[in-house]
Design a protein around this ligand. Structure first.
Ligand code: DHB
Length: 373
């Protein structure tokens, strides 16, 4: 996305990706796009398929105590969300980049940064069996939580903030029509469950599981049994189907601060991780690179560093807001191993407040759609 936005500003870039094109377009991630993210993609000319295939949702469901409640996002905030898989966004962006003949290199196993925060950083790696050296003005680490760029910030120049959660999510893709028209977040005493979708024919489901669980612990029968129990609601039935993809991901929160040193900038998961509850990860990453593209364009046009200097503080304000929201929604919906009956009743009181108070529902809705000030 950053490479695409820079191209539109007349700024040249080179993208080095460790994985294959096939791997990145098939890796299933979340699928909720905020209205602002949709607007950014559309304005950048990469929103055509999104407009055709994305599912616009004006509300979300919250299920607890076997009952259904709806948060009317559109009525409370004037904004909707769009369901469109993250890997579909990635697919569209790769096509747009390659159609422009951009330097996007896949399968680069050995990317190295040399003096990345200095005035003349260098990138090196092996592209199609040949060494490639890129001398550049800036390096932007968009290489995820496990990437190499963050470690090139001088140790004394940044701080890492971490939080781990005592559980993980098991996610599955199912070849069956979704069982509800909207996303449903379920709080159940056996643990959290989530009903979502990718298309009118594909359902996406998640279950809270133990942090150390492997897929072996979750045969199909156990997955379906837990989903039926945790998502149960009067008069509602979850449609089963063949499970076509499955994975387990631990939940964590992480922020690197600041997100920049000299000529090295961090964006997306390289700088911050949120737990998946609320699906903020991709939206934060798009907001990061949209801001960075504007600041870099300003630097090339006017040699002004003011936008670049403001990148990290402005991004971190947005990131910490999303940290607080994702943490809060995770705490509200999951079963914690150390919770006793008191904690359980407190959690239910919090959920009931959400269904009775327009103020509480609005607070959730404006964070969910990405409209929180
Ligand atoms: C999805 C993922 C989420 O983390 C979420 O909060 C809502 C939906 C999804 O993959 O569809």
């Amino acid at each position: 996305m950053l490479s695409h936005l820079l191209d539109r500003e007349g700024v040249e870039s080179v993208v080095l990706e460790k994985h294959s094109r096939d791997y990145v377009v098939h890796r299933v991630r979340a699928g909720v796009l905020e209205a602002g993210t949709v607007a950014t993609l559309t304005a950048a000319g990469v929103g055509d398929r999104l407009a055709r295939e994305g599912l616009v949702h004006r509300g979300i469901g919250i299920r607890f105590d076997g009952r259904d409640h709806r948060i009317d996002l559109a009525e409370l905030t004037g904004k909707a969300i769009t369901i469109y898989g993250q890997q579909e966004v990635v697919k569209d962006l790769i096509e747009a980049r390659l159609a422009r003949g951009a330097a996007v290199h896949f399968d680069v196993p050995d990317v190295r940064l040399d003096a990345p925060s200095g005035s003349r950083p260098r990138l090196e790696g092996t592209v199609s069996g040949r060494p490639l050296v890129v001398e550049c003005d800036f390096v932007v680490g968009c290489d995820g939580f496990h990437g190499i760029s963050r470690d090139h910030l001088p140790p004394t120049a940044w701080h890492a903030y971490h939080h781990e959660y005592p559980f993980a999510w098991l996610g599955i893709l199912v070849q069956a029509p979704p069982s509800a028209a909207e996303v449903i977040y379920a709080n159940h005493e056996r643990g959290f469950a989530l009903h979502s979708m990718r298309s009118p024919a594909i359902t996406r489901l998640y279950l809270q599981c133990d942090r150390g669980d492997s897929l072996d612990a979750w045969p199909d029968e156990r997955i379906w049994s837990e989903l039926h129990t945790r998502l149960a609601s009067a008069g509602w039935r979850l449609t089963e189907g063949p499970i076509i993809e499955r994975g387990i991901a631990p939940l964590r929160s992480f922020v690197a601060e600041p997100m920049q040193h000299g000529s090295l900038f961090l964006a997306g998961d390289a700088a911050h991780i949120v737990p998946p509850t609320g699906a903020k990860g991709l939206n934060l990453a798009i907001a990061d690179v949209a801001a960075l593209a504007g600041s870099l364009a300003e630097w090339y046009r006017h040699r002004s560093r003011s936008g670049l200097d403001d990148y990290s503080p402005a991004a971190l304000r947005r990131v910490w807001r999303a940290q607080a929201f994702s943490y809060q929604l995770t705490s509200l919906l999951h079963r914690f191993p150390d919770h006793d009956q008191y904690d359980r009743r407190r959690q239910l009181a919090e959920l009931q407040y959400l269904t009775r108070s327009r103020a509480a529902a609005t607070a959730l809705a404006e964070n969910y759609v990405g409209a929180a000030p």
